[in-house]
Design a protein around this ligand. Sequence first.
Ligand SMILES: [Zn+2]
Length: 193
Amino acid sequence: MAFEIERIEDEALAALPRGAKVSPAGLRLINVTYVGFDGAAHEGRMICAKSLAAELTLIFRELAQAAYPIERIALSSEFDGDDDRLMAGNISSCFNYRTVANTDTLSLHALGRAVDINPLYNPYIQKGVIMPPNGEPYADRTKPFPFKIDHDDLAFKTFAKYGWKWGGDWTDDVDYQHFYKPEARIVRAVRRI
Ligand SMILES: [Zn+2]
């Protein structure tokens, strides 16, 4: 398994607009191994906040070691930052310089502080609208289906162990794919691994 953290040398890689609230120096490219829906190991790239790169690498290492299924990890820039395409294609990703859907609020994805996991099976439900639309069969969380993130799910447990929060715990506009870390603080628990 390969887990590496690299500086971002190419500004285009981070797709930053003029006046962005984050710079390539504040971001890192992480290379992780993950286990796909085919049960095989794959390599994926993510961009995340520099301060979160080490623990995110550990989180994905734990998930890969447990063969937690993730269909595909890719950079949002491979989809021109189009979150609808990322979600519909079930792409797991982190950095994307964008606002929260249908708002002017900068998303924590724009700061590399949020990760979406298997978004098709774990849709974002905003004012009753299911995103992505093809995630509709997975909006009813009382139903059993594969790749569902809930409190018993290993991704939830692993992100929570490192102090990340989950959009599935929100009371309205629930975002089942979304793990995030709002504060810039170092989680010392990572040292125990
Ligand atoms: Zn998200």
